[in-house]
Design a protein. Structure first.
Length: 361
């Protein structure tokens, strides 16, 4: 195999409709992805994939070389900054079954398991899949679909409101380096919103203030005890209780944090305006926050995902959200599967639980 494009990921074409870089799998590459995922599922004789994540990471070495090359370049250089679409994953929408209706629904079946395998395999090329003990009982692969009663919330399960753009789990010290959204169904062509922070115009003074620990990001609703009680229910053990207490503390006495960090020429970003304090008692910080929010609002793009398309988001370099839509609640609604990936499992050593040992606190 030649590594001719190792420095040439900038050569990835961009989608005409939204300008997002795209890797289109060829027919033989699609077949290979499906074969690798199928073999991986068969190997376990029914043992769930999330209980054998080392095997998943090993099998990821069998993915097509072009895919590995793009993912490894993305992991090591950040390029293309913010993320890309992986197009042409072998998802058969007619075989996935109805879109779930409730958080507690557990989608099952071969095609749904294959979709989870695509996420875990591709994610394993970047880092390690993980979850949160305070979110859906630590489930590793999350399903994104509209839920009755959540229409107006700022949750992935909302619909009629704009899900405001955010970094995923921005409040959390262990937030994901990457998140991956795989589309299984999207009849109404509902757009995900997406924008890399790279190239968002900010004046020097605004950027300087955003690099300082002057901002407050609060936990979003999906991590609260009250929300989990009424959706998936909560396991009754000491670690879970401590985890929710920690979220409550982060809510009651949050630390001040920076919005931008890292390399000023290719910064990391930490924003979730719907859950950020606006009255900071610090005029320059309030102004800078307003500036960056307006600059992102001005540029954010709509990315419509089709079945078999995966949006791979650098959660430190891009924000994302979702446009409003009307749900049908008849099994045909939009349905994505999602996974969190960390670059470094070691930083959560001693703070991980669950059957897979990947649910962080
Ligand atoms: O529905 C989408 O396109 C994105 C939802 C979202 O923000 C998420 O699942 O993290
Ligand atoms: Fe999100």
């Amino acid at each position: 195999m030649s590594l001719s494009t190792a420095s040439g990921i900038g050569e990835l074409p961009c989608r005409r409709e939204d300008g997002v870089p795209v890797l289109e799998l060829t027919a033989p590459e699609r077949d290979t992805v499906r074969e690798v995922a199928s073999a991986l599922l068969d190997l376990g004789q029914g043992q769930p994939l999330d209980e054998r994540l080392e095997t998943v990471a090993l099998a990821a070495h069998d993915l097509p070389s072009r895919l590995r090359e793009v993912m490894i370049t993305f992991q090591l250089t950040g390029r293309p900054y913010g993320g890309l679409v992986l197009h042409g994953l072998p998802v058969d929408e007619t075989a996935i079954g109805p879109t779930p209706l409730r958080y507690a629904d557990e989608p099952a079946g071969r095609e749904v398991d294959l979709a989870a395998a695509y996420l875990m395999l591709t994610g394993s090329l970047l880092g390690a899949p993980f979850s949160y003990l305070t979110q859906q009982r630590g489930k590793l692969v999350l399903d994104v679909f509209p839920v009755m009663g959540h229409e107006q919330s700022q949750l992935g399960s909302s619909s009629t409101v704009n899900l405001e753009w955010h970094n995923e789990d921005a409040f959390h010290p262990m937030r994901a380096d990457w998140i991956m959204l795989l589309c299984l169904r999207n009849h109404d062509r509902v757009a995900t919103t997406f924008l890399p922070i790279q190239g968002v115009p900010l004046d020097e003074e605004t950027a300087r203030v955003l690099f300082e620990d002057r901002f407050v990001v609060l936990p979003d609703e999906s991590h609260t005890a009250s929300f989990n009680e009424v959706t998936t229910g909560m396991a009754d053990n000491a670690a879970v209780a401590r985890a929710f207490e920690q979220v409550a503390r982060m809510n009651a006495s949050p630390a001040r944090t920076a919005v931008l960090s890292g390399d000023p020429r290719a910064p990391f970003v930490r924003l979730d305006p719907a859950f950020m304090q606006r009255a900071l008692g610090d005029q320059p910080a309030q102004r800078a926050l307003g500036e960056v929010i307006a600059a992102i609002d001005d540029k954010i793009k709509d990315v419509v995902l089709a079945p078999g398309e995966m949006l791979i988001i650098d959660n430190l370099r891009a924000v994302h959200g979702r446009r409003p839509f009307s749900a049908h609640y008849d099994g045909t609604d939009r349905w994505l599967r999602r996974i969190n990936i960390t670059a470094d499992l070691r930083k959560s050593a001693g703070r991980r639980y669950g059957v897979h040992g990947r649910a962080v606190v």
